[in-house]
Write a protein that binds this ligand. Structure first.
Ligand code: PLP
Length: 398
């Protein structure tokens, strides 16, 4: 059997129509398949490869740590330099109240841990999430998903979860003294890159303060510079009680993280002892990559270029078939009229060497989330391919 057959026969499938690109290597903003075809990457492995593929400093950091040791003990028992340094570095970039980090292996796990922590801290059980949010796919994280289509086959899910509309100030009165925490993304990802409104976030922060409810920002997708600031919440002048990170934090390696105050986090050590445990959380090789990733981001001026790159995409992507472009920075979503046409455009783009995608809850939108390292000429190349695909799919019908 060749690799394609092995993949289809032995590896779990999540759709009946996988993309089936057979990638051999990746460099910068390009993926290269086994036949040498190059694909410009507009999705970054779904918001992971913000430094571009194959960053040399990240690779060196991984090898350095591999040469010392890999896994030696379950999370939180032995002192290992890379996770400790990473926690220090991360908290130095955050407001004072976010000074303790629990490292995990994935975003969904971070969501789960934050749900447990909020219950433990507040001694309340109700959790509120926003409609059309995505916080992961495990049982707990799925419970925060408002879309019945994704939940119905897996009930019963967690009880005491309620939903508010994202950006609806009216809905905030559903947050009460019974609410342990409110989960929200800062830019809703799978809803098709919808940024929070400033007024909504200010009112949300106030309502949480008034009711003693913890505010959890899920920046698993929006963190690490994609909006031009290291964390998207910095655009709003408010801070969360708990911050979730993942995806790009690992600089290409699997990671999740919950960040909050030390006084809250320490409750995991008490009643019960071992309130959350993880074998691989804070893996030293992953932590080494993540630490190097942050250093690379800080050393280069990619964050300061994000606005200009957003502007270039928005300027070039003008076509009668485009209904809107939402999002911020290098998290942009181009809205078309139907899923059917969107799929055709995505397939045409792929034929021309451009990888893009749709969104879980916004299947009429094209995802534009390239590495932050994308150059002006690569943006021009990407936009030309998208515009040609739109011409081909829509012809003279628009
Ligand atoms: N939260 C957000 C905002 C996400 O976009 C995702 C993944 O897409 C997750 C959580 C879940 O992360 P993971 O797939 O690493 O479990």
């Amino acid at each position: 059997m060749n690799n394609r057959q092995l993949f289809l026969t032995y590896q779990a499938q999540t759709t009946h129509f996988p993309m089936m690109l057979e990638i051999e290597r990746a460099e910068g903003c390009f993926l290269i398949d086994i036949n040498g075809n190059r694909y410009l990457d507009l999705i970054s492995g779904i918001s992971v490869n913000h430094l571009g593929h194959g960053n040399e400093e990240v690779k060196a950091a991984i090898i350095d740590q591999l040469n010392l040791h890999q896994h030696v003990m379950v999370y939180g028992e032995f002192v290992q330099s890379k996770p400790a340094l990473l926690a220090k570095k991360l908290t130095s970039l955050l407001p004072e109240n976010l000074n303790s980090v629990y490292f995990l292996n994935s975003g969904a796990e971070a969501t789960d841990v934050a749900m447990k922590l909020a219950k433990r801290v507040s001694q309340r059980s109700e959790i509120i999430a926003c409609k059309n949010a995505y916080h992961g796919s495990t049982h707990a994280a799925l419970s925060l998903n408002s879309d019945e289509y994704y939940k119905q086959a897996f009930r019963p899910l967690l009880p005491d979860i309620n939903f508010i509309n994202f950006n609806s100030i009216n809905d905030l009165n559903l947050i009460t003294t019974k609410t342990a925490c409110v989960f929200t993304e800062v830019i809703q990802g799978e809803a098709g890159y919808i940024p929070a409104n400033q007024d909504f976030f200010l009112a949300l922060r106030k309502r949480c303060d008034d009711t003693g409810t913890l505010l959890v920002f899920d920046e698993i997708q929006s963190g690490m510079g994609k909006t031009g600031k290291m964390f998207a919440f910095e655009h709003y002048g408010i801070k969360p009680d708990i911050l979730l990170l993942g995806k790009a934090l690992g600089a290409g390696m699997p990671i999740g993280a919950v960040v909050c105050s030390r006084e809250k986090m320490i409750l995991f050590a008490d009643q019960p002892l071992l309130g959350h445990i993880s074998t691989f959380g804070g893996h030293p090789v992953v932590a080494s990559a993540a630490l190097a990733g942050i250093q690379v981001l800080e050393k280069n001026n990619w964050l300061s270029q994000v606005d200009a790159k957003e502007h270039l995409f928005r300027t070039l992507l003008v076509h009668p078939a485009i209904k809107s472009i939402s999002g911020k920075g290098l998290m942009l979503a181009v809205e078309l009229d139907s899923f059917e046409n969107n799929l055709k455009v995505i397939q045409e783009c792929l034929k021309e060497g451009l990888i893009t995608d749709w969104f879980l809850f916004a299947n009429t939108k094209i995802r534009i989330a390239p590495p932050l390292t994308i150059t002006e000429s690569e943006i021009e190349q990407a936009c030309n391919i998208i515009l040609s695909a739109l011409n081909l799919v829509y012809g003279s019908s628009v």
